[in-house]
Design a protein around this ligand. Structure first.
Ligand code: NAP
Length: 285
């Protein structure tokens, strides 16, 4: 029997700690505040925004939304973004990416103050992740996997960890974060030869490819810890992960479901980042 790694349990444990920290900050006169910047009305963004706003509110963090029109010009967007970036009452910013095609993301990524960059959008924070410097902010989803392993007492130290996926949002930064925790890392991608064999060598397997149910039972060894980051829709229109849960579950020692797995932790990591950013401001006061 495998242990089901439930995102809600991890998120609840994080919530308790964060609520206390927010109370402490408020006693010092610092009211943690996140601003979400959204251009247009993409359904995925709106869904994440609702979840994030609710999470911030239960923890006591103010959550503002800056909603900008889909057709906004670069100059106007930069001006609006600069206002939030320079607002001393805003401790953290989350900008939904990708921006519409006519907007150039690069100047914005370079413009955000690294200490307000809650989801590792700017090069400074990404460089810190790669340097093993934990003073910056890692991508929330990658960190959610680390939080999940930590909550379930799974120490990556010395373990063979395979990460399937090498995006800058999940796979690569997560590989670096687990390397920092002294795991031995293999990163797989579409050109990996004999993926099944490479996955079978894993003691911890992280699936972050975005391919519905691609990790099948023959790719997993008995006792493997499996974290599923994928969010896909299966042939029946239901949400599913990258792991074929039904067939793989019995082989795993620990496994995260989709939905209600890693995805349920990302907004808690976001809240944790905002609290850290506010604490840094309180220290400087
Ligand atoms: P992405 O940018 O599309 O990257 C996918 C990566 O997986 C690429 O590196 C790709 O390899 C690799 N890959 C794709 N198919 C593969 C295959 N058949 N075999 C081996 N490798 C394969 O996706 P992403 O943004 O990292 O997201 C990955 C998944 O996580 C998606 O399902 C996404 O929805 C989900 N996600 C969830 C959250 C959340 O929980 N809140 C947040 C972000 C993402 P190449 O580099 O060779 O193309």
């Amino acid at each position: 029997m495998s242990v089901l790694m439930k995102g809600a349990d991890v998120a609840n444990a994080m919530k308790e700690v964060l609520i206390k920290k927010v109370e402490c900050l408020k006693e010092k006169g610092v009211h943690p505040c996140l601003t979400i910047v959204r251009v247009g009305e993409r359904p995925d963004d709106l869904a994440y925004e609702r979840g994030a706003k609710k999470r911030m509110e239960t923890i006591g963090i103010e959550c503002r939304i800056l909603e900008l029109p889909q057709e906004i010009e670069q100059e106007d967007f930069e001006e609006e973004f600069r206002k939030v970036n320079d607002d001393p009452c805003v401790h953290g910013i989350l900008l939904f990416l990708p921006l519409p095609k006519h907007l150039d993301e690069e100047p914005i990524k370079a413009m955000i103050h690294p200490e307000k960059d809650m989801d590792c959008m700017c090069p400074v924070n990404m460089a810190k992740v790669f340097a093993g410097d934990e003073s910056g902010y890692a991508p929330c989803t990658a960190e959610a996997v680390v939080e999940m392993l930590d909550y379930y007492g799974i120490d990556p130290k010395g373990k063979n960890v395979t990460v399937v996926g090498r995006s800058m949002v999940v796979g690569k930064p997560l590989a670096m974060m687990l390397l920092k925790k002294n795991a031995t890392i293999t990163v797989c991608h579409t050109r990996t030869v004999n993926l099944a064999e490479v996955c079978r060598r894993a003691e911890i397997l992280v699936a972050a490819a975005g391919k519905a149910k691609m990790i099948t039972s023959d790719m997993v060894s008995e006792g493997t810890v499996i974290a599923d980051v994928g969010i896909n829709v299966d042939e029946d229109g239901n949400m599913c992960g990258d792991v074929d849960f039904e067939t793989v579950e019995s082989k795993a020692s620990y496994i995260s479901p989709v939905p209600r797995g890693v995805g349920s932790i990302t907004t808690s990591v976001l809240a944790k980042h905002v609290v850290r950013a506010a604490e840094a401001v309180a220290e400087r006061k």
